[in-house]
Design a protein around this ligand. Sequence first.
Ligand SMILES: [Mg+2]
Length: 308
Amino acid sequence: MEQRFVDWLRRHVPPVPPPAIGIGDDAAVLPWRAGGDIVLTTDTITDKVDFVLAETEPRLIGHKALGVNLSDLAAMAATPVAALASVVLPRAVSGGGDPCALAMEIYSGMLALAEQFQVALVGGDTNSWEGSLVISVTAIGRVTSRGPLTRSGALPGDRVLVTGRLGGSLLGRHLAVEPRVREAVLLAERYELHAGLDISDGLALDASRLAGASGCGIALELAAIPISAAAEQLARQTGKSPLEHALGDGEDFELLFTAPPDAAEQIVRDQPLSISVTDVGQCIGTPGLWQVGDSGALNPLAPTGYQH
Ligand SMILES: [Mg+2]
């Protein structure tokens, strides 16, 4: 299995331009220009936690495994450069499938996304065991000349913005991750941003984390939150409101960021992305997560979302 798979990988992974060394040697080598900081991230996804293998196309699982890592690079406003992937396959694939074929399909999903974002897949490791499918990806990126966008730079008075529309990811988007890499880099290069992250566990929970990391509070204007069609659709099945889905579902993989009021106003006016950017609230001096009522009064807002 191992040799057959490695041969397949060598044929399917695009070669890296020298002096870089990709798959085939004991370790990968990347040229790195001086002065540009390296951004590193890793994420593991597991059968029955992050996806259900028996119900999912393996290519989509591979896409998600790399996609969540690229989303974390986007959150730092970093450009992805390379990635390493480790796959631990179930020895007995349900339905009597071939573990090697499963590995190839998973990597095909990763490779398609890697090509889209010009990420070099420079290392791959596979093993099998008695447990369920586990995929761990490590991604490497570089910051823009503005440096990394962190969670901790928000200041009271900043506006809070989100890309795209939120909620209902369970209907498909949680697998078909669209990492907002180009969007994050464009925003960070063109505008003054103070803090940011990718919404992985829900707008409310992630906003409260950004606020906590920055030592401020965030007051969301609930009526302004852009709700996805999927959230509306899911709400018809769950009895929750579309807004509750937008606040708490998670795995939207959209960007949540803060900017000083002038920059935020400019971004909303320019709409520089192919997806919408919406002003959803404000950073305030009082810690915690709040909602702005009709009269402008602040009420506490529960940081609902996916707790690991
Ligand atoms: Mg993240």
